[in-house]
Structure formats: structure tokens, C-alpha cells
Design a protein around this ligand. Structure first.
Ligand code: HAM
Length: 416
């Protein structure tokens, strides 16, 4: 029997990896302009980190974590998201002492045992960014602006920014009570999961994808009408900043997010063409999490992009790695002459592969053609005798015999 990949875990093959790299490069470049530095956190953490931060009564913690007991009997979990590990590292290394405001970004795989379908995987990649130590709604807007800039730069079209406020420990309990009373009145329409969580986590009912729950909660009280003065002001200021930055948005009072650590601002960017799994990036403020996990009181804001979904949106756009040159050396002597030539091209940042095959020049040319090479450089007996190489331009079909330095210039003049 052939061994295949595990369901929900995908290979990223060379025809796509260039686009992945292009997205990551652009993200790094733009994050750097916004003052972010990279943090690399482990893939495995103590289970408690996630149950305490994401929330015991969320789908992620209740049924989607890859949790196992290691040989020592410790309960460990493959990270389902990146915020909690970043906060753990921030506290553990006391980054607050060296960075009054820490701007950190990360990339890497996350793991959730969800029902695999298109755009929903069990291993998926995120690019995330977190600002730790800043209260101002200005930073919420600034970070969203960075994300919008990245999407624009990448050529994402048809994206919508949804914003909401989830209040704070002052006002949310009051809203939860109101919502609970409302949910009791539509109880018979709710799914088993929402019914079970009415008391512990009624907000989850607003996030439920079950058609019955969507219908039942249509008239539910809106959290935005129940937030306290401070949260209301934060939200109004955020809207003001977004307006000044020229960023369009819609207020979506039903958007409660699937993680419990949020306070005040939450947001999602959805995109046309992604069907029901249409959130391509999401995040918000989590002012209580650092303290909850044992660190100093630190207001935070961040987001994560779902890489696979972003790649799907951009798939039509081909990002090429740049022209490729194939060197065909006919015989050992020619091979020796070719080596420094290849090195110089690579030093100039060009992509070069050496064809090590034997066989006729015709067959080797065919093979080079199949690699999609833009240039083929041939070194044969004649070329050796004359101190030149033959450069064949596979696009135009033309070919020239040139001294090696000239050939390098000719190839380097093309493309990236
Ligand atoms: P999240 O909404 O759970 O937030 O995930 C962020 C993004 O990851 C989603 O919008 C989606 O694009 C992608 N994603 C999530 N689950 C899957 C999946 N099973 N398959 C494919 N893509 C998926 C968080 O993870 C928060 N840590 C974001 C954040 C950072 N909030 C503050 N800072």
C-alpha cells in the first residue's frame, strides 16, 4: 500500500511554493516598515497555555486540539494558534523590560482537528503580528492599515474589513446576561452545542454556523449597544482613525470570533471567492491575556492571516522565480570550463542548473526545454577551442557565440 499524507495535512509543491515565498517576503518587508521583529516560538506547548487563553468552552479547546501525553506524563498540545505562545514567550523572557512596546511577528504551521474541507485544514499556516504594550485605538488602526497595505501590495481584490467590539470584563458580563436571557427564549431552535453553552459561553451562539442557530439569533441583542463608556469611546476612536487612514470597513455586531481572549476591538477580513470559509485574516485586542497568564498588565492587539486562503485568492497570479539558465557541457573539459561560469551567474543572483546527463545534445536540449529554461548555455568542443560559449535564448530561439563574460552580461540583463 502506498503511504499518503494524513488527511487535512497538505504538501506545498514547487508550483506553489514560489507564491508562498513571495507572500512571506512581502509580509516581512511590510512588517519591518511598521517596526515589527520576528519571533519564532515552538510548535508544541503545555496544553494549559491554550485552554487558559483561548477558553475552555471554545470549539478549539473543546474538540480541535492535538493533545498528547509525553513520556513523562505531561500534557502537551500542537499549537492551534500563535498568540498564546507569543504571550507565553513575552512573559517568560520578560520582554517587557527591554521593549516597552513589543512589535512581534511570526509565521508557521498551526494545528486544529477540524473537519477538513476546501480552505479548512488540520495543519494550516499563519502569518501573525502582535503589538504588546499599547492601549491606544490608534495602534489598532495602524496595524489594520499594515495588513490592508500588505493585501493591496499582493493584489488581493474583493476583500471586506469587518469590525466589532467585544467589550471588556466590566461590560461583557452584563451583555452575556442579556444574551443568555434572549437565548432562553429561542432555545428550541439552537443546536446541542449552543444549548449546552448557554450559561458558560452564550457568545458562541452568535458564531455558530448551524442554520437554526443563525436564524434563532437574528434578533439577538447587539453587543455594541451594551458596551461601557470606555469601550464605546475606544470603538469610536478606532472608527475615526480608520476613516482618517482612508480604510473602508463595515461594522458587524455579530462577529464574536472563536477565541475567548478578546476585549474591545475585533476584526476579520473576508474575501469573495472563499465560500463559507471566507475569513482570510482576523484578530483584535486582548488586553487581559498577559496578566491572565502571569505577566504584568499589558494591553495587546494583533492578527493572523490564513496563508492557504490567501494563496487561494492569489493563485491566478503567477509569480515566477525568474528566468532559469541551464548549462549543458559536452564532455569533462567543457564541464570544468562551465563551473566558474555558473558560479559567476549565481553570484549575480541568477538561477542556474547544470545538466549532468550524457546523451546527444538534442536530447539534453529537450530536457532543458522541459525545465522551462529561458537560456541554455552550451559548452562543447568547438566552443572550448574558440574560448566562447553558445547562449541559446529559448524564448526567441536565437543563439549567439559569446566570450563567457559577455554571456554572463547577456543573461544577467534579463529579468530579476
Ligand atoms: P483565527 O481566526 O482562529 O485567529 O485564525 C486566523 C486565520 O487563520 C483565519 O482567519 C483563517 O484565515 C486561518 N485559519 C484558521 N483556521 C484554519 C483552518 N483550519 N484552515 C485554514 N485556515 C485557517 C487566530 O488564530 C488568532 N491567534 C489571531 C490573532 C492574533 N488575534 C490576535 N492576535
Amino acid at each position: 500500500m502506498n503511504i499518503t499524507a494524513v488527511r487535512g495535512f497538505n504538501d506545498i509543491l514547487p508550483d506553489r511554493s514560489e507564491l508562498w515565498r513571495h507572500i512571506e517576503d512581502e509580509a516581512r518587508r511590510i512588517f519591518s516598515c511598521y517596526g515589527f521583529s520576528e519571533i519564532r516560538v515552538p510548535v508544541v506547548e503545555r496544553t494549559e497555555l491554550f485552554s487558559r487563553s483561548i477558553g475552555e468552552t471554545t470549539d478549539i479547546v473543546e474538540k480541535e486540539m492535538y493533545t498528547f501525553t509525553d513520556r513523562r506524563g505531561d500534557s502537551l498540545t500542537l499549537r492551534p494558534e500563535g498568540t498564546a505562545p507569543v504571550v507565553r514567550a513575552y512573559i517568560e523572557h520578560k520582554l517587557y523590560n527591554e521593549m516597552p512596546v513589543a512589535r512581534l511577528y511570526y509565521t508557521g504551521p498551526m494545528y486544529r482537528y477540524e473537519r477538513p474541507q476546501k480552505r479548512r485544514y488540520r495543519q494550516f499556516y499563519q502569518i501573525g503580528a502582535e503589538v504588546l504594550g499599547e492601549t491606544s485605538p490608534g495602534v489598532d488602526a495602524e496595524v489594520i492599515e499594515g495588513l490592508v497595505t500588505l493585501f493591496k501590495k499582493l493584489g488581493v481584490v474583493g476583500a471586506t474589513l469587518h469590525i466589532n467590539s467585544l467589550g471588556c470584563p466590566e461590560c461583557r458580563p452584563r451583555y452575556k446576561e442579556k444574551l443568555e436571557v434572549f437565548l432562553e427564549t429561542v432555545k428550541e431552535k439552537l443546536c446541542g452545542n449552543c444549548l449546552r453553552r448557554i450559561e458558560a459561553n452564550p457568545l458562541r451562539a452568535l458564531d455558530c454556523k448551524n442554520p437554526g442557530c443563525i436564524e434563532a439569533t437574528g434578533e439577538a441583542p447587539a453587543i455594541l449597544e451594551a458596551v461601557c463608556g470606555e469601550c464605546g469611546e475606544h470603538f469610536t476612536a478606532l472608527r475615526g482613525h480608520l476613516g482618517e487612514l482612508g480604510i473602508e470597513y463595515t461594522v458587524n455586531p455579530r462577529m464574536v470570533r472563536g477565541l475567548d481572549y478578546y476585549t474591545k476591538t475585533t476584526f476579520e477580513i473576508t474575501a469573495e471567492g472563499l465560500g463559507s470559509q471566507n475569513a482570510v485574516a482576523a484578530g483584535g485586542r486582548y488586553d487581559g491575556l498577559v496578566k491572565e497568564l502571569g505577566g504584568p498588565d499589558t494591553p495587546c492587539f494583533g492578527f493572523a492571516i490564513g496563508m492557504e486562503r490567501l494563496v487561494l485568492l492569489l493563485e491566478e497570479r503567477s509569480v515566477s522565480a525568474g528566468p532559469l539558465t541551464v548549462l549543458i557541457a559536452m564532455g569533462e573539459e567543457a564541464g570544468k570550463k562551465g563551473t566558474p561560469f555558473v558560479r559567476v551567474l549565481r553570484e549575480r543572483g541568477k538561477r542556474v542548473v547544470v545538466d549532468y546527463g550524457d546523451g546527444s545534445l538534442k536530447n539534453r536540449m529537450k530536457r532543458a526545454h522541459r525545465t522551462g529554461a529561458r537560456f541554455v548555455v552550451i559548452v562543447g568542443e568547438d566552443e572550448l577551442a574558440d574560448g566562447v560559449v553558445t547562449v541559446k535564448d529559448m524564448e526567441s530561439g536565437g543563439q549567439d557565440r559569446l566570450p563567457p563574460e559577455k554571456a554572463v552580461d547577456r543573461i544577467a540583463a534579463e529579468g530579476v
